[in-house]
Write a protein that binds this ligand. Structure first.
Ligand SMILES: Cc1ncc(C[n+]2csc(CCOP(=O)(O)OP(=O)(O)O)c2C)c(N)n1
Ligand SMILES: [Mg+2]
Length: 489
């Protein structure tokens, strides 16, 4: 099917007008059905529909790989296209488990509870609930009670044995690469026991959803962001044991650079997938290799020094590390400014670190807001880059409305700096005016103190590390939200 519509056009020029035709892109209604059941209708350019069907099914979590699709028919209809997708048996079972329909308004509460249970199923999912409008005016069946959380399945014993064999063989030449629930307290403590017994290194994903850190928590190295640095970090090891995560892949694609960030020739063993009970698997592994019952205690460091001088990634990272209170929650969407923070906060007080997951920017402000709603007794530090903050800036208003204890540290570098860096890495060392303009956040400059004020959040602007420390210390003692605009230009 041609993804274009030919329409008549007229052009007026100085010398008169001329008529002709012009092709314009046309979006068509595309229906996706799985095993005969309707799923979604979308407006799409009707091109590469097979790839679209597979990509959509993967990102919706309907399939795990293209092997889950038995066949696909592209059927042209009068007013659109139907993509008839036929799933293999495991795919069909998974889809049935995900989809719930409300039988009638009385079951509404129950279906809501089921949706929540589905969303919470390890390692966490999206869950769709379709609510008919008569639920608004019909008699409801009453509140539904909470469902017990679904436990993650245990890993097979063979996976624990295989991982133990690798760690015994390669010792310090092996790395336990961790993600998901491996980075919570229980998983980390078991991992520290494993490291103590085997000599293996502990490393986590570049963008972990949540890590418990600081204080007595075992330290974990983070896989670097840039792929050449990640490959170098991984090249130190001859084997990788995956715990609660998959093999790491690069954020962006580059010519002549592999996507998977484990150099060739390394053995890769999965102890636990993100869906499995990784904490239990790590404990079983620690026991199997005869690890000490508790991990060696970490030497306590004194409070970190307060930085002084210009505001840059290093001084800002040091300021947060020095001033964060016990049990703080740090949401890091500081992009290029955030890089030194993870290392600087190794010996900070016990805290929870949340990172951008998946790569779609705009997570920081709403995630910090959600963390503050969930944990009203903890201080939330929202470490935030300016470009990313513009995606979801309205979260500041929610913070003001709910009186949340969120301190936003806004890195104002007036640019999408990472995109400029990546342009340079792609060989564009002298970007033209268009590329420069597209990656700039100036003209007009954003006034973050004014934006915050407009949404009911008090703000302050700082230009030195000393001023940042002073404002941050004050903000962390005051109730309610505050935004500190850090001028980095
Ligand atoms: C939803 C979404 N849109 C666009 C992008 C592409 N993108 C990646 S980083 C970035 C800019 C980040 O700039 P900023 O938040 O200011 O951080 P800086 O690089 O300046 O430190 C963009 C637009 C993305 N990752 N996600
Ligand atoms: Mg920026």
């Amino acid at each position: 099917m041609e993804p274009a519509l030919v329409v008549p056009r007229r052009i007026w020029r100085k010398c008169g007008s001329s008529s002709g035709n012009r092709s314009i892109p046309e979006e068509t209604a595309v229906a996706l059905t799985y095993n005969g059941g309707t799923y979604a209708v979308m407006m799409t350019t009707p091109q590469d529909l097979e790839d679209f069907a597979i990509g959509f099914s993967l990102s919706e979590g309907v399939i795990n790989s293209s092997a889950d699709v038995d066949s696909l028919d592209i059927v042209g209809l009068d007013d659109g296209v139907e993509l008839r997708i036929w799933l293999s048996k495991p795919g069909a079972i998974r889809l049935r488990e995900r989809q719930r329909r409300i039988a009638g308004p009385t079951g509404c509460g129950l279906c809501g509870i089921e949706s929540i249970a589905e969303a919470m199923r390890p390692p966490g999912h999206t869950s769709t609930l379709i609510v008919p409008s008569d639920c608004q005016w019909s008699e409801a069946g009453g509140a539904a009670g909470p469902r017990p959380a679904v436990a993650a399945p245990a890993v097979p014993e063979s996976a624990v044995r295989a991982a133990a064999e690798i760690l015994r063989r390669d010792g310090a030449k092996s790395v336990l690469f961790m993600g998901g629930w491996a980075l919570r307290e229980r998983g980390l403590k078991a991992a520290a026991r494993i490291a103590a017994a085997s000599g293996c290194r502990l490393m986590c994903e570049t963008f972990p959803a949540r890590v418990e850190r600081g204080g007595a928590m075992p330290p974990v190295e983070k896989l670097p962001y840039f792929p050449e640095m990640a490959l170098e970090a991984m090249a130190r090891f001859s084997s990788v044991v995956l715990a609660g995560t998959r093999a790491p892949v690069a954020f962006f694609g580059y010519p002549n650079m592999p996507s998977v960030l484990i150099p060739q020739g390394r053995s890769v063993t999965t102890l636990a997938t993100p869906e499995q009970d990784v904490a239990l698997a790590l404990e079983a592994l620690a026991d199997l290799i005869g690890a000490p019952k508790t991990a060696p205690a970490r030497a306590a460091n004194g409070p970190a020094a307060r930085p002084a001088g210009a505001l840059d990634a290093t001084t800002i990272g040091a300021a947060i590390a020095a001033l964060m209170p016990e049990r703080a929650i740090v949401m890091d969407e500081a992009a290029t400014t955030g890089l030194p923070f993870f290392g600087a906060s190794l010996s900070a007080p016990t805290h929870t670190y949340l990172a951008l997951t998946g790569g779609a920017i705009g997570q920081g402000l709403p995630c910090a807001t959600g963390a503050a709603v969930a944990c009203p007794d903890r201080r939330v530090i929202s470490f935030q880059a300016d470009g990313s903050a513009m995606y979801t800036v309205q979260a500041l208003w929610t913070q003001a409305r709910e009186g949340l204890n969120v301190t936003t540290l806004l890195c104002n570098n007036r640019r999408y700096r990472i995109l400029q860096v990546e342009l340079g890495r792609a060989g564009v060392t002298e970007p033209g005016p268009k590329a420069r303009s597209l990656t700039s956040l100036g003209l007009p400059n954003l006034d973050w103190v004014a934006l915050a004020k407009g949404m009911g959040v008090p703000g302050a602007r700082v230009e030195t590390a000393e001023a940042l420390c002073q404002e941050l210390e004050r903000a962390l003692k005051e109730p309610g939200p505050k935004l500190i605009e850090m001028m980095m230009i």
